[in-house]
Design a protein. Structure first.
Length: 381
């Protein structure tokens, strides 16, 4: 018997259209990104993170009153359940913050009375809790893990700025406030990337929103996705000086290794988010010597990779320098990506639940078929 003959599998599901969406659109040929039809360049210039979250969830921009009400709803949700705070104290030393985050978000489901309710209204309330709580899980965990006092959210500030002050314990200056707001705006959604797809597949089984977001965080951790920003900083630290860039990059390419923070499945030209972060990484480094060196090394890497491989930086490349300038430790970089992308993940779970069909593709079986079963005593050693 032969397996059913079907077209060959599309490796990596490249260019496969897996669903319809109104949430985000990546125009890879022209290097453009849209949230619900609005171009990222306009949003980066004019919109706050909360405006983007409202837009992704409601398919329209909020009025001033709606935005104020939305902020008033979500900032108090930054407070975490007490048992979760106690759990932070028991996390073993040396755990990667993304492993903690994945477990913590799964844990949050234990304390939400609406976990099992997948109605649009309950999902919307849970999404508000998640958008507020993911950043505070990261900030509160960091402080407890490092023996520091917890910082309360400030109701007069937005999520991104609250995250930074609750993490670092300092009131950020204007440049830092702008940079963290931009980071959150730029990372909020990005089409059917691997973590969003993981969230939608999970939601399509009618599993709850916490299950879907836990799956998404698992997918984001990998170095080919959100984990790349940490690897970028490790590369910058490993290079040392702009004059060493050429040899370093040529060495990586000769060994056929990937250059972290470069290339993209969808963008064939420059990722528009990289353009904004490049500019900010220069601004936000200011007079800091180490940071300015990272920026100078980054510019040289960019030139060298463009010249030798013809590929461009993606969102993770300059995000590393921006996060360094903001005082985020390198192993937390991917959690900052998650702190913002929770906006897109929750939007996608709501969209999936609102018009669901189980996502269940097939694989092409390439093994032997059929095989005769051999009793244990007759199997060859
Ligand atoms: C993001 C990524 C996984 C997309 O990969 P993809 O669409 O599957 O592309 P492929 O792996 O098929 O690569 C296509 C070609 O580009 C090269 N390429 C792509 N990204 C590269 C990178 N970062 N460094 C070196 N070469 C790269 C591949 O080697 C391959 O070249 P070849 O045809 O000469 O062998 C890939 O660009 C990558 O690994 N980037 C580094 C990790 C990263 O920054 N991830 C964050 C993404 S936002």
């Amino acid at each position: 018997m032969e397996p059913e003959v079907r077209p060959v599998a599309v490796r990596g599901l490249e260019d496969v259209i897996a669903a319809d969406t109104r949430i985000g659109y990546v125009d890879g040929a022209n290097g453009k990104l849209y949230y619900a039809g609005y171009e990222i360049n306009d949003l980066a210039k004019h919109a706050s993170y909360e405006e983007c979250v409202f837009l992704l969830w409601n398919d329209r921009l909020p009025t001033k009153k709606e935005l104020m009400d939305f902020r008033a709803e979500i900032i108090p949700e930054m407070t975490l359940p007490r048992p979760l705070i106690q759990w932070f104290r028991r996390v073993p030393r040396g755990v990667h913050p993304m492993v903690m985050l994945r477990s913590a978000i799964s844990d949050l489901a234990l304390y939400d009375k609406e976990t099992e309710d997948n109605s649009l209204e309950a999902n919307r309330r849970k999404a508000a809790r998640l958008v507020a709580k993911v950043p505070s899980v990261i900030a509160n965990f960091y402080r407890i893990y490092n023996g520091l006092d917890l910082i309360e959210p400030d109701p007069k500030k937005g999520i991104a700025v609250n995250f930074l002050r609750m993490f670092t314990g300092k009131e950020p200056d204007k440049k830092s406030r702008e940079a963290i707001e931009l980071m959150f705006v730029l990372h909020a959604d990005h089409g059917f990337n691997a973590s969003t797809f993981a969230a939608r597949v999970t939601a399509s089984t009618l599993a709850d929103i916490y299950a879907a977001v836990t799956a998404a965080i698992g997918a984001l951790k990998g170095p080919l996705h959100g984990g790349a920003n940490q690897r970028v900083m490790e590369m910058l630290e490993g290079i040392g000086s702009p004059d060493d860039v050429e040899d370093y990059i040529n060495g990586l390419l000769a060994r056929r290794e990937r250059i972290m923070g470069f290339g993209h499945r969808v963008y064939k030209v420059e990722d528009p988010r990289a353009r904004h972060l490049r500019k900010y990484s220069e601004d936000v480094c200011g007079g800091d010597v180490a940071c300015s060196r990272y920026y100078a090394i980054s510019r040289r890497i960019e030139q060298q990779v463009k010249k030798t491989k013809g590929i461009y930086p993606n969102v993770d490349f300059y995000s590393a320098t921006v996060q360094h300038a903001l005082g985020i430790p390198v192993d937390y970089y991917t959690t900052v990506f998650a702190a913002s992308r929770i906006a897109g993940w929750t939007a996608h779970v709501m969209e999936q639940h609102a018009d669901n069909r189980l996502m269940r593709p097939r694989s092409q079986f390439v093994g032997k078929l059929p095989r005769r079963f051999v009793q244990m005593e007759k199997r060859k050693k």
